[in-house]
Design a protein around this ligand. Structure first.
Ligand code: NAG
Ligand code: NAG
Ligand code: NAG
Length: 488
């Protein structure tokens, strides 16, 4: 009996075990089922088919190849990335997708020297979502609406396409949606665009025939072009031992020839769209943080392009407004003061920033007739001037005459309207865009061009320019002055 009992026990336990197994399988199947229900809410809109569709690049001709990238931070930064993008697109013989101007610091990168930056995938996806948001809220301004790239496109081998046109083709979305009232971009369209951005970002397989999402970033790579160093050689700047330990960094930074790595002889070349992360670079400790292409002695075409993109002017509508203000409103010779007082690092250097201006004015007081005309561009609102050097100047009406521009000035509004009406960015489409441009611009909010007009005014300041040390805006004004843009 005992034996039988034991046998029974054994049988029941195997049975139990078996049914446990079944139960497990059942649970697994059930969770899979729930997972699918949850993630693929309805069949029409299910993720998988859309992803497959969007990764075929079926709207592009076989020979067409594109380059996209993910700009970040403020305008000056975005402009320097745009220049690098132009350069990369010509080196790699791809059509550059011209991005919108992103809101100031809507997307941040982090710090290359500290090896603390957003992953390229994340960065691309953030930029994509922000760009779609700009379209949705009718605030979209193309980089080519404010920066004049017409001569680049006509004289050099630069080929460009507007981001909106690119999106409509890449995501298979009727471009007319982008100009309808916000409500027309309904949830299913936004979801489709989100998925499509996810593909472009490299979230769904970084490499395929349609998209090659570049993984190299400033932590691992410095791009070069035709340098006489071995492709893949170590860069002089490496994470130090402490950083390696703290951040668990196991890699080294290599110098890679961009043409060898991503050009015609590479896997990347077979992809229709090559998708970079940031293209920002700046000198650091004797090296470059990401791109070290300053000359191309063996390639005349690239060399002349490098010279040309050193300075890209604003569009005529902006330049004309700045010059008109200098000529007709300020009238007399004037000095320009660019005072960055609030943003980040700059608020700690206020007194140094004011000191520079004070010295300049003291010397002008000696030799110029009074009052001295000063054009001020600053981020400190006039209501906060009391108690600062600017407040003193504002009260010193006997010897100082101040000029300021604001977003509400007619001059600025009129220029912004012109920029919108021209809509230069639309000209770089894959198909005729007049119709769509006309529909779109009537609904658009006015672009924010104050800073650009102010820079132009400062380029006209014949008594000199006092900028804020370390400000990229100051650098940009110095460049405009060097190129004597005002007298052109
Ligand atoms: C560059 O691309 C264009 C268009 O895709 C193509 O016609 C041309 O042959 C390419 N040039 C080189 C040098 O590969
Ligand atoms: C500017 O002044 C307002 C009050 O007039 C104050 O609330 C604000 O904090 C000031 N901002 C700065 C940056 O000083
Ligand atoms: C100008 O001077 C008056 C009187 O001294 C003072 O109340 C006012 O705050 C000053 N204005 C500025 C902008 O500093």
């Amino acid at each position: 009996m005992e034996g039988v009992n034991r046998l029974r026990k054994k049988q029941t336990s195997t049975l139990l075990f078996r049914s446990n197994k079944h139960l497990l399988i059942l649970i697994a199947l059930f969770s899979l089922f729930i997972f699918f229900i949850f993630f693929f809410p309805n069949n029409n809109n299910s993720l998988a088919p859309n992803f497959l569709k969007t990764t075929q690049c079926f709207n592009f001709q076989k020979t067409q190849k594109f380059l996209t990238y993910a700009p970040h931070s403020g305008f000056s930064n975005q402009l320097s990335e745009f220049k690098n993008a132009v350069l990369m697109s010509v080196i790699l013989n791809r059509t550059l997708v011209v991005p919108p101007v992103l809101d100031h610091h809507a997307v941040v990168l982090g710090s290359c020297p500290k090896f603390r930056v957003s992953d390229p995938k994340e960065l691309r996806f953030n930029v994509w979502n922000h760009a779609i948001e700009l379209i949705r809220t009718q605030r979209y301004v193309s980089m080519a609406d404010v920066i004049d790239i017409s001569s680049l496109v006509s004289e050099s081998a630069v080929r460009v396409i507007d981001f909106r046109h690119f999106v409509s083709l890449f995501c298979d979305v009727d471009i007319n949606y982008f100009c309808s009232k916000g409500s027309k971009m309904d949830d299913s369209l936004l979801e489709k665009l989100r998925q499509c951005g996810s593909v472009l970002s490299g979230h769904i397989g970084a490499i395929n025939e349609c998209v090659y999402a570049v993984e190299e970033d400033c932590r691992t790579t410095v791009w070069t072009y035709q340098k006489d160093v071995e492709n893949g050689a170590l860069d002089s700047f490496q994470p130090d031992e402490e950083l390696k330990r703290k951040k668990k960094i196991s890699f080294v930074r290599r110098r890679k020839d961009v043409y060898e790595t991503l050009g015609p002889r590479s896997i990347a070349d077979s992809a229709t769209v090559l998708s970079f992360g940031t293209l920002f670079t700046s000198p650091y400790k004797g090296s470059e943080s990401y791109i070290d292409i300053h000359e191309a002695p063996k390639d005349q075409k690239i060399q002349s392009l490098i010279n040309k993109i050193e300075f890209l002017p604003f569009v005529t509508e902006i330049l004309d407004a700045g010059k008109a203000y200098a000529l007709h409103t300020i009238k007399s010779p004037f000095v320009c003061a660019q005072l960055r007082l609030l943003d980040g690092q700059f608020k700690n250097h206020r007194s140094a920033t004011f000191q520079g201006l004070k010295q300049k004015l003291d010397s002008l007081r000696q030799k110029e007739s009074l009052p001295i005309h000063i054009f001020v561009m600053t981020d400190l609102p006039v209501s906060n001037w009391t108690g600062t050097y600017l407040g003193d100047l504002a009260n010193d009406s006997d010897s100082i005459k101040l000029f300021l521009l604001s977003e509400d000035d007619e001059l600025i509004k009129r220029a912004a309207k012109k920029v919108l009406d021209e809509g230069h960015g639309w000209n770089f489409g894959a198909f005729s865009s007049d119709g769509i441009k006309n529909v779109c611009h009537r609904r658009q909010k006015l672009p924010d061009i104050l800073l650009h007009v102010e820079e132009t005014v400062c380029s006209c300041a014949s008594l000199g320019f006092v900028g804020t040390a370390g400000s990229t805006i100051a650098d940009s004004i110095e460049m405009m002055r060097k190129k004597q843009f005002c007298s052109r």
